[in-house]
Write a protein that binds this ligand. Structure first.
Ligand SMILES: NC(=O)c1ccc[n+]([C@@H]2O[C@H](COP(=O)([O-])OP(=O)(O)OC[C@H]3O[C@@H](n4cnc5c(N)ncnc54)[C@H](O)[C@@H]3O)[C@@H](O)[C@H]2O)c1
Ligand SMILES: [Zn+2]
Length: 357
């Protein structure tokens, strides 16, 4: 087991290791003195892991209840949070009690938002069960929901009191969901840590013996960035590597057929291809990056017409101001912000994400 502390405005510890759900009760007890806990989880994860968490919390003296929502992004909305509030009220959870987010980023985001707002804020513990949630969404304190007008438009910064990442839960992840998380793992290593990138290149990150080290390495990087920049002004922007194009693609497909990680993989490849061509990135970086993406069965290109998918972002950004902060790699393990005029993004990308360097 690996333990790390995040020195956010409210410091908290992260635990990474196999079998931690069995110990989740004790780990919660160390930081929360309440009597009741509501476990919020989705319909897939509930069947696999809710009983384990509930038993451990009960053994640590909590009265527990499990709130289950239908798995998927569509549940990340205010109606689900309202239903959580109703359950919290029925169970009489007070300010001393605790919410548990058990599942992927959807469970984490919506439960965190409920915790931030119930009685103006109560403790919550993240128990991430997807790779993406373990390395990314459970760390940093961003919580929220989607509304019809857009994703993640409503939310709050609210730090968990603990993060308990049981790496054993990744054994049951479908291959595509695992690959989706790998895009964020590769992104994290590419922007900050060439040694970690080397581990991904050499080996199989699926291999349980490497998993803990790789996940902890990613969390450590996100932690460092978040500590410096909790509210996303400067340094934290580096985590957006591949995301300008990624978000544009996701939006183009209306958040249906292309998942976040796959879209970000295409975005990282496209931006690095363009920046290397312009001498803004060391020669050979694109080849290493794309070989690694390919190794984990992530796409490098997408058939969507660039003009069409970029226009959505360009419109949004134009409203916000005339510049976009692109994140570029200097080389593998080193990144920087490169501001460009909104209007020159298409030209910067050249012939679009397809094709050769
Ligand atoms: N808060 C942040 O900083 C942040 C960062 C990145 C992404 N996000 C958000 O995270 C969400 C995506 O997260 P996600 O990819 O984890 O999606 P998700 O929560 O929908 O999980 C993906 C799928 O995996 C299933 N699943 C989860 N754990 C499992 C397990 N151990 N075994 C088998 N199946 C399992 C789920 O039921 C679901 O079907 C998006 O809403 C995104 O906006 C938030
Ligand atoms: Zn992302």
């Amino acid at each position: 087991m690996i333990q790390m502390t995040v020195n956010a405005s409210r410091p908290y510890d992260i635990f990474v290791g196999k079998g931690l759900l069995e110990k989740s009760g004790e780990l919660c007890r160390e930081v929360n003195g309440g009597q009741r806990a509501l476990i919020v989880t989705d319909s897939n994860v509930a069947l696999l892991y809710a009983a384990r968490v509930s038993a451990s919390l009960e053994a640590a003296g909590y009265k527990t209840d499990v709130f289950v929502f239908p798995a998927g992004e569509r549940s990340k909305r205010l109606e689900t949070v309202s239903a959580v509030f109703a359950r919290l009220a029925q169970n009489g959870l007070t300010r001393r009690d605790m919410l548990v987010a058990l599942g992927g980023g959807v469970a984490g985001d919506l439960t965190g938002f409920a915790a931030a707002t119930w009685l103006r804020g109560i403790d919550f513990v993240q128990m991430p069960t997807t790779l993406l949630a373990q390395v990314d969404s459970s760390v940093g304190g961003k919580t929220g929901v989607d509304i019809a007008e857009g994703k993640n438009l409503v939310g709050a910064f609210w730090q968990p009191v603990r993060v308990i990442a049981d790496t054993g839960t990744l054994d049951t992840l479908p291959q595509k969901v695992f690959a989706d998380g790998m895009a964020e793992v590769i992104k994290t290593a590419a922007i900050k840590d060439s040694r970690l990138f080397g581990l991904l290149e050499d080996g199989d990150a699926m291999n349980p013996s490497k998993r803990e080290e790789i996940i902890a390495g990613c969390i450590d990087i996100k932690r460092g960035v978040v500590e410096q920049d909790e509210r996303e002004a400067g340094e934290r922007k580096l985590l957006n590597f591949g995301h300008t194009i990624g978000h544009a693609l996701e939006k183009y497909y209306d958040y249906t057929s292309l998942t976040h990680g796959f879209a970000v993989a295409v975005g990282m490849a496209a931006i690095t291809r363009a920046s290397e061509r312009r001498g803004l990135t060391a020669a050979g970086t694109y080849a290493r990056l794309t070989a690694c993406l390919d190794r984990y069965r992530l796409p490098l290109t997408d058939p969507a017409p660039e003009g069409e998918y970029l226009s959505g972002v360009l419109l949004d950004k134009k409203r916000a101001g005339s510049k976009i902060d692109l994140v570029l790699l200097r080389e593998i393990g080193d990144s920087y912000i490169y501001p460009i005029e909104v209007d020159s993004l298409s030209a910067f990308l050249g012939g679009g994400p397809g094709g050769e360097v």
